[in-house]
Structure formats: C-alpha cells, structure tokens
Design a protein around this ligand. Structure first.
Ligand SMILES: CNc1ncnc2c1ncn2[C@@H]1O[C@H](COP(=O)(O)O)[C@@H](O)[C@H]1O
Length: 383
C-alpha cells in the first residue's frame, strides 16, 4: 500500500475543479440523501487525530516483550505505535492496489472508538460532517447569495456494533443512537450492520438487538450486510435478513462488490432487499430482478474507482441504471480512507467528460430525488 506525502486529489476533487462556481452552488443547494456511509469509515480526520492523541496519552507506546512471538498480537488490539502509523497513513491519503487492502485499515480506527466516550465523539463528528453547514460560507454559495449548505439533507449512518472491554454491543448501539436521536428524525437515522466475518451466534445477537431497539422506539431503520468481501457463507445472514424484513426493518446488502462475490448474489436477492450496496458485478438475470423489483442501487463512485473494482467512470454501472431511469442513491461509503465528500460525488455526475458524466442539472435533480425517495421508512418521523 503506497502512502502519499499529502492527500492526493481524488476523482471528486478533480470533478469539482472542472465546475463553475454557479454549478457548485447548484450542487450545494440540492437536497441530498447520504444513504451509504460506514461510521468508522467516515470519521473526519481532525476528529480521528484528536482521538489518536488521547489514545497516546492513555496508552504510552511500548515495544512488544522480547519473548513475544511474531504474530502474538495478530488478534489483539493493535499496539499504540501501530495505531499512530495507521492514522498517519490515513491522514496522508492511502492508495490501495485492490479492495482487499481497505479492510485491515479499520482495525486501527476500531482501537480509537472502543469506549463509549470515544465512540460518542466519533459519531458526533460524523453527524456534524454530513449535516452541519460548513462553518465558513463556501465562496460559491456566497457568490450565489446563499449561505453555507450542509453536505447532506439526510443521513442514514450505518455501523457494526462491537463488543469491547469497555462496552457491550447494546451499549455500542445505544451510544450511537443517542447521538443520532439528538438530531431531527428528518435528518438522521441508523442502519445496523452485520459483518460477514461474524459468527452465526453474533450475527443473530446483532439482529435481535436491532429488532429490540426498534421495538423500544429507538431510531433503527434498517440492517446491512457489510465487511471483508472475502469472508463468506451468506446462508445464515439471509435467514436473519428475512426476519428483519418481517419486523419492518429496511434491508440493504453489499452485493457483488467483486467478481468473486457475484456467486452469492442470487442467494442474497432471495431475501428481497430494498437496496443493494455497490452491486458492481450483477449479471443479466440479476439486473432484470433488480429492475423488476425497483431495488435501489447505492452508488459509491469514488470508492469503486479507488478500490479498483471499476477502472474508469466511463465503465461504471451507474450508466446502465441512469439509462433505465432506475433508482440509485449517490453516496460516499468511507470518507476517511477515500478522502471524498458527498458534494464531490455529485460533482462526478455533473463535470464534463472525462472528469465526470456530464449530466444536466435536471438529470442531477432527478438523481438526488431518487436518493431522498430511497430512504428507509423512519417511524419516528411519521406525523
Ligand atoms: C469499501 N467497501 C466496503 N465494503 C464492505 N464493507 C465495508 C466497506 N467499507 C467499509 N465497510 C465495513 O464498515 C466497517 C467500518 O465501519 P463500522 O465499524 O461498521 O462503523 C468496516 O470494518 C467494514 O466491515
């Protein structure tokens, strides 16, 4: 994995540079729904650096004991020095050779969000990044006579509840929900993620927690299947997602993110998810099912390009769904490693080729509306 000296310009930044101030102001004003953002992948860099500084205070870097075997720490929390190295990599901007290099990055982040207090801070930072207007009015918005726009009008934040020495999975979810529920129901809600690497017992426990919390009136709107694309037997998960649907939870599944994953897609589709994450490698039959059912596809352009599951914008499956006028939701995935933004993702729709897809304002308005219409029903926002 290469480490850049300063954050490289991502595809979204390049697309933004190709737009006029009035085009940027148009994108800023557009009500945008962010429906695919992973909490621990979306921590703003300044918040991550703060958490890392505090972690260093409480865990002084210490060399491993001389008699420790080389991989004794393989399944334990990373050492303080390793965490700092990973944070530095994230700060400088990472380049990966493939999607498989992304997943190990999260273990350092996890060490920094392992207490209720640090998780609360991280969640607050993520919510603020997406929902609060930038503190200084952007030049483009000011030029158009408007104030600073929030990045998104609505955020469905997803996260995988982790049990740590400092909190149970329930406390993890309650901590995140407390922060989400401090926002209006029209602004933010939670999706509970099940990670492919979970054992069947843990996956069941997480599903039951999502159901219970929703029954208690907490703002859980859906469940997700995420995690390292290599880890697999989706059968157990599919059974759980059927239960989730019966409980009225929305279901979204990371599906066909890589070619190797596409063998499991039919099984995943059998639980009739309302939305699919990425869905990069669907075959003809699967696309037909998705079109017939109106399954929304969560599109993360920068993530796909940087993870090299799509080699260039021109080849991206978004073009197929745009041509079919099929529901899509433009999203960021993980702003922490990818250093992207929801505005930059929309800039990729608008910028002229080869920087973007060259869509018109009315086409982009239609796409943004699709995102807003693909939100999972939120019981707490019903009149
Ligand atoms: C790049 N595409 C992706 N595909 C699949 N899963 C991903 C992902 N990006 C992130 N995650 C999942 O989200 C977790 C971090 O957030 P939370 O701890 O849940 O808040 C990662 O560990 C991974 O399981």
């Amino acid at each position: 994995m290469a480490v850049a000296q300063s954050p490289p310009m991502g595809p979204g930044d390049i697309a933004l540079r190709a737009l006029t101030p009035s085009q940027i102001a148009f994108l800023e004003r557009l009500p945008k729904a962010e429906l695919h953002a992973h909490l621990n992948g979306s921590i703003p860099i300044p918040v991550l650096l703060e958490l890392a500084r505090e972690h260093t205070h409480t865990h002084a870097p210490s060399p491993p004991p001389a008699n420790a075997s080389a991989n004794a720490n393989a399944n334990a929390e990373p050492l303080a020095a390793e965490i700092l190295l990973a944070v530095e990599r994230l700060r400088a901007g990472v380049e990966v050779a493939s999607i498989h290099e992304i997943f190990p990055l999260f273990s350092a982040v996890y060490a920094l969000t392992s207490t209720p207090a640090s998780l609360r801070r991280a969640t607050r930072g993520v919510l603020s990044h997406f929902l609060d207007p930038a503190s200084e009015a952007s030049p483009s918005a000011a030029e158009e006579g408007g104030g600073a726009a929030a990045a998104a009008a609505y955020l469905e934040l997803r996260t995988t509840p982790r049990e740590t020495p400092h909190m149970s999975r329930r406390v993890y979810l309650e901590t995140v929900l407390d922060e989400i529920e401090a926002r209006s129901p029209d602004a933010a809600a939670l999706i509970v993620s099940l990670d492919r690497r979970m054992t069947a017992d843990v996956a069941r426990e997480v599903l039951e927690l999502a159901v219970q919390l929703r029954r208690e009136g907490r703002r859980v709107v859906g469940v997700d299947l995420c995690g390292d694309v290599k880890a697999c037997d989706v059968t157990v998960f599919v059974k759980l997602f059927r239960i989730a649907r019966a409980e009225g939870l929305g279901v979204t599944l990371h599906a066909a993110e890589t070619k190797e994953n596409s063998v499991e897609t039919r099984e995943l589709l059998s639980c009739e998810p309302e939305r699919l994450g990425h869905a990069t490698f669907l075959d003809e039959e699967e696309r037909k099912v998705v079109l017939e059912r109106g399954t929304c596809i969560e599109i993360c352009l920068t993530s796909n390009l940087l993870c090299k599951t799509v080699l260039q914008l021109e080849d991206h499956h978004i073009r197929y769904y745009l041509a079919q006028n099929h529901p899509i939701a433009i999203s960021t995935d993980d702003i922490l490693p990818f250093r992207n933004s929801i505005l930059g993702e929309y800039a990729l729709l608008m910028a002229p080729k080869p920087f973007g897809l060259g869509l018109t304002e009315s086409e982009i308005e239609r796409v943004a509306r699709m995102g807003m219409e693909s939100r999972f029903p939120n019981p707490s926002s019903l009149p």
